[in-house]
Design a protein around this ligand. Structure first.
Ligand SMILES: Nc1ncnc2c1ncn2[C@@H]1O[C@H](COP(=O)(O)OP(=O)(O)OP(=O)(O)O)[C@@H](O)[C@H]1O
Length: 337
């Protein structure tokens, strides 16, 4: 890695790791002035005297550079907790009756939350989001990795390990899709920024019904497009290991692929839904009744067998919806045949 980096230009290194600017500026080196210079040539261009004047030498500068990179990487990985399991300890339902069992959710698993309108699905998501400790209307307690979270884990906004994708994504910044993703990638201090930006953009376009360009301002994306962008971003760039999704179904995104993508990144995914296709794509489902968890059902093999036909029905419904939206006549001839 070291030799590879020595051969790279300052511009290339800045693209991969914009935060090295801090290190360079501690030697009064302006990266824009030396953009095309390779790191290994910086010493001869700046001369030994330059480094001597700063009480150092080129070799110390280079050693410090690699040490700085290592330290930042440790910080990057170290500041976000990896959650292997979440436990929901029993609270009570709307009548004050105790829930009968606790539920443990493990990484790589998708859990659907189902139940009638107003039964308390969003409440359960909110309990998990706030890592409730008997201080919400349900009086539930949430454990992470089998233990109670400390205050820092509950209340700090830094390094949050829970991401929530809500029904309405409102962007407050008027950036293009590309600038938005680049900014996020920079703040996450990842390597190969342009590569990850491209990957998220491509994935979002697969998930969204209608495609959009990298230049589109995020404020002009449709509901489905912004949802798709946030799902791809959360799956591929967010350090969060728990993802909470409130109602994905009406957002015009490829729901099943979205879930697959999130799970392939080894996260704990919870999704509140009324959609049979999504519910059966999950590994298990929590049934909420009158504000309380009343059942935990594993998706059976028989149910999984029906997934394919459900997907067909779902595609047909999507097609009908598109026909309706674009002012075409509804065509059901293939169904009748
Ligand atoms: N165990 C409980 N005790 C007291 N209040 C509760 C409990 N569970 C849910 N509630 C309250 O009931 C109301 C409806 O719950 P919620 O919004 O979570 O329903 P939902 O299932 O998500 O509905 P929808 O399907 O319409 O989105 C909320 O005000 C919520 O705080």
């Amino acid at each position: 890695m070291r030799t590879d980096m020595l051969h790279r230009t300052i511009d290339e290194l800045m693209e991969m790791m914009p935060w090295i600017e801090d290190y360079l500026s501690s030697f009064a080196i302006d990266p824009s002035q030396f953009g095309r210079t390779k790191l290994e040539n910086l010493g001869s261009i700046l001369t030994e005297e330059y480094f001597e004047e700063r009480g150092s030498d080129y070799q110390t500068f280079i050693d410090g550079f690699f040490l700085f990179i290592e330290q930042v990487k440790v910080l990057q990985e170290g500041n976000v907790l990896t959650v292997g399991s979440l436990t929901v300890l029993p609270g009570h339902n709307k009548n004050g009756e105790k829930e009968e069992f606790s539920v443990e959710l493990k990484k790589g698993e998708v859990t659907a939350i189902v139940g009638p309108t107003g039964s308390g699905k969003s409440r359960l998501l909110a309990d998990i989001e706030s890592l409730a400790q008997e201080d919400t209307p349900t009086k539930r307690r949430i454990l992470i990795n089998g233990r109670a979270p400390d205050d820092e884990e509950r209340f700090s906004t830094e390094g949050r390990f829970i991401a929530q994708l809500s029904q309405n994504m409102n962007f407050v910044m008027d950036l293009s899709v590309e600038d938005f993703l680049t900014l996020h990638a920079e703040s996450r201090m990842v390597d190969e920024i342009s590569h990850i930006v491209q990957k998220i953009y491509d994935t979002a376009n697969v998930l969204a019904g209608e495609s959009f360009s990298r230049e589109t301002p995020v404020t002009q994306l449709s509901g489905g497009q912004s949802r798709a962008l946030m799902i791809a971003d959360t799956a591929l760039l967010s350090p969060a290991s728990v993802v909470l999704i409130d109602e994905i179904e009406n957002a015009g995104v490829d729901k099943v692929r979205s879930l697959e993508l999130l799970v392939s990144n080894n996260k704990i995914v919870l999704i509140s839904t009324h959609d049979p296709l999504l519910a059966l794509s999950a590994d298990q489902r929590i049934v909420i009744k009158n504000g309380g968890i009343s059942k935990l059902m594993k998706t059976t093999d028989d149910e999984k067998k029906h997934l394919e036909s459900l997907e067909k029905i779902d595609r047909k419904i999507t097609q009908l919806r598109d026909q309706l939206r674009t002012g075409k006549e509804i065509d059901m001839s293939d169904l009748l045949a």
